[in-house]
Design a protein around this ligand. Structure first.
Ligand code: NDP
Ligand code: GDR
Length: 373
């Protein structure tokens, strides 16, 4: 029998990789996408299948995590073997601006799905994966963070995800559902949203390299994160649902870098050596050396990164470092993609986009569109 998976957040970074992964495994993949005024399927267009094809294994359903009746109808129609709840207002900084909406989507959205599964009598059939987060650790109580480390969320996003974490545990305990949390540390890729710091850096530096922009503005460059690759992490999401018993797992690399390190590594991919000067809001990154031909618009001494305190968070999560021992020992999960190769992939992808944009502008087919990110 072909297994059926339902993915919320299928149009996002993880949803797109997970859909690819499950299609390769032979699943029938259903995804919930939001109605937007423009197209929002760029990350999954390459796996789209015409629903008129008799054997199409990929289907999108309009829906929203804030809409319980829609979720129940979709669950009833799909009768999924596995539900992956990846949908979220996932930006920590934005959650301070939209706390109510963030809670509705991230916290109550999770409850609506779990309750839908229960209400439809699918508790014994449907396995449930909840996209939990290292942001739960917030003001860290122990380093490195593992499954037993106490939580201390530091943003409306993290508090909403705390509810989602515990309601998932609760439905497992009360109704015997196969429901589990993957407590995932930051994971990135060339498909990462442009406003998260890694992608903002690779995109910004690539734009500067070809002369589309002059300077990149960042917030707290001393923040420390444990960055992995999204492809490795979606494999683990699936593995978690294939076990005999549902359990919660920390997924991380166990290695930590600062935002400043990520800037330095991304610049090096472009042949640029940076010198960091000053501190706090006065810190800047200056070009100390350039080699190769990847960054024709860069000049020695150019200030390519400045700090803009607008990007500071009201309450920051200064440091996160995960301990993935349980995932390695119980499931044999070991991340395959190193940070260096991920940075290489992200910079190469953004450089290609920047070069194409530069060419279009040069020939009058595009004009600069300033974007606030
Ligand atoms: P993205 O922000 O790339 O994707 C979020 C997805 O959720 C998008 O498909 C988005 O749709 C969808 N979405 C947003 N609001 C709603 C809503 N109201 N109803 C239905 N869908 C909605 O996130 P990632 O792929 O990076 O992350 C996937 C999940 O994992 C998220 O829950 C995130 O919080 C969590 N997580 C992510 C980590 C990471 O480092 N990437 C680490 C730990 C947890 P649209 O495309 O229309 O915006
Ligand atoms: P995070 O990711 O908040 O960890 O949440 P993000 O990339 O946004 O920030 C990481 C760190 O970088 C600092 N930072 C900046 N961040 C952004 N976005 N923009 C900047 O200009 C900037 N300058 C410095 C931040 O202050 C922070 O310390 C991500 C999301 O994917 C969540 O959904 C997920 O739950 C967690 O990872 C684990």
């Amino acid at each position: 029998m072909t297994k059926r998976a339902l993915i919320t957040g299928i149009t996002g970074q993880d949803g797109s990789y997970l859909a690819e992964f499950l299609l390769e495994k032979g699943y029938q993949v259903h995804g919930i996408k939001r109605r937007t005024s423009g197209f929002n399927t760029a990350r999954i267009d390459h796996i789209y299948q015409d629903p008129h094809q008799p054997h199409a294994r990929f289907k999108l359903h309009y829906g929203d995590l804030t809409d319980a009746s829609n979720l129940i109808r979709t669950l009833a129609e799909v009768q999924p073997d596995e539900v992956y709840n990846l949908g979220a207002q996932s930006h920590v900084a934005v959650s301070f601006a939209s706390p109510d909406y963030t809670a509705d989507v991230c916290a109550l959205g999770t409850l609506r799905l779990l309750e839908g599964i229960r209400f439809l009598g699918l508790s014994n059939k449907t396995r449930f994966y909840q996209a939990s987060t290292s942001e739960l650790y917030g003001l860290v109580q122990e380093t490195p963070q593992k499954e037993s480390t106490p939580f201390y969320p530091r943003s409306p996003y993290a508090v909403a995800k705390l509810y989602a974490y515990w309601i998932t545990v609760n439905y497992r305990e009360v109704y015997g559902m196969y429901a589990c949390n993957g407590v995932l540390f930051n994971h990135e890729s060339a498909r990462r949203g442009e406003t998260f710091v890694t992608r903002k850096i690779t995109r910004g530096l690539a734009n500067i390299a070809v002369g589309l922009e002059e300077c990149l503005y960042l917030g707290n460059m001393s923040a420390l994160r444990d960055w992995g690759h999204a492809k490795d992490y979606v494999r683990m999401q699936w593995m978690m649902l294939q076990q005999d018993r549902p359990e919660d797992y920390v997924i991380a690399t166990g290695v930590q870098y600062s935002v400043r390190d990520f800037v330095r590594m991304s610049a090096a991919e472009l042949g640029i050596s940076l010198e960091f000067k000053g501190q706090g809001a006065d810190e800047v990154a200056v070009v100390a050396d350039v080699c190769g031909n990847k960054a024709p618009a860069i000049k020695l001494g150019q200030v390519v990164v400045r700090v803009d305190p607008r990007y500071y968070r009201p309450t920051e999560v200064d440091t996160l470092l995960g301990d993935p021992t349980k995932a390695r020992e119980n499931l044999g999960w070991i991340p395959q993609i190193t940070l260096a190769s991920m940075v290489n992939e992200m910079v190469a992808a953004d450089l290609e986009i920047a070069r194409r944009e530069a060419l279009l502008r040069q020939h009058g087919y595009a004009t600069p569109v300033p974007k606030e990110i």
